[in-house]
Design a protein around this ligand. Structure first.
Ligand SMILES: [Zn+2]
Length: 222
């Protein structure tokens, strides 16, 4: 069940780190880039890179917002305050299929280098992407892609939009477990996952990927 889940997510090699100078140069040279500030709304409001949109990495709906707002056909540039949150966000976005660049040192390094910032809202809202492929949902318990026929069921028999039928049936989770137990459960399917990956990953790597991804799912979010 978790098999399908992560293959689409973690198939590729990784995002790229850029210095603030490289980051600035790239922004200047390519106007199709999508620039994302992954700090909180408060941090963003206090000052951000011109043209950046704000998708809070610590927000409840980072994944939903990222997939709604970002276009996979365009490179994605991320930064945060010091470069930590954005590195995590870059790894996830890269795994989701976005070509992602992370700014080393974050906003602190950017401002220290005397580069431009703004407090006004971006003029880039119209970059919002309504492509259907970006509206893919994932089971908020096991991480597998959710299609209409895979939806779990509520107590009244209606479809549940958040969880798959394996995880959630008749208004309750089919199995009470911790996030780590769920990851352990999914990890046994690593061979299935590898059938669909260009480069096989080890069970340990698969577990590490799930440990990054699962805390963002609704069921495991603290
Ligand atoms: Zn599930």
């Amino acid at each position: 069940m978790c098999i399908l889940s992560l293959l689409s997510l973690f198939g590729c090699k990784g995002y790229e780190d850029l210095t603030v100078d490289e980051f600035e140069k790239m922004l200047a040279e390519d106007n199709t880039l999508q620039l994302v500030d992954v700090r909180t709304a408060e941090e963003y409001a206090a000052g951000h890179l011109p043209g950046a949109i704000n998708i809070d990495w610590r927000g409840n709906d980072f994944l939903d917002n990222a997939m709604t707002l970002l276009n996979k056909d365009r490179a994605t540039m991320v930064y945060c305050r010091s470069g930590r949150r954005s590195a995590d966000a870059a790894a996830i976005l890269d795994g989701l299929g976005y070509k992602t660049y992370n700014m080393l040192g974050g906003y602190l390094a950017w401002t220290k280098a005397g580069k431009p910032t703004t407090t006004s809202s971006p003029e880039t809202c119209n970059k919002t992407n309504t492509d259907m492929t970006n509206e893919m949902k994932f089971c908020q318990s096991c991480g597998m892609p959710l299609t209409e026929e895979m939806l779990g069921t509520n107590a009244d028999g209606s479809k549940n939009e958040d969880y798959c039928i394996y995880c959630y049936k008749d208004g309750a989770f089919t199995k009470e477990c911790t996030m780590d137990e769920m990851i352990e459960f999914c990890a046994q399917f690593v061979d299935e996952v590898n059938k669909n990956l260009p480069q096989p990953i080890t069970k340990e790597e698969y577990i590490a990927q799930m440990k990054q991804y699962f805390p963002m799912l609704k069921r495991w979010k603290k």
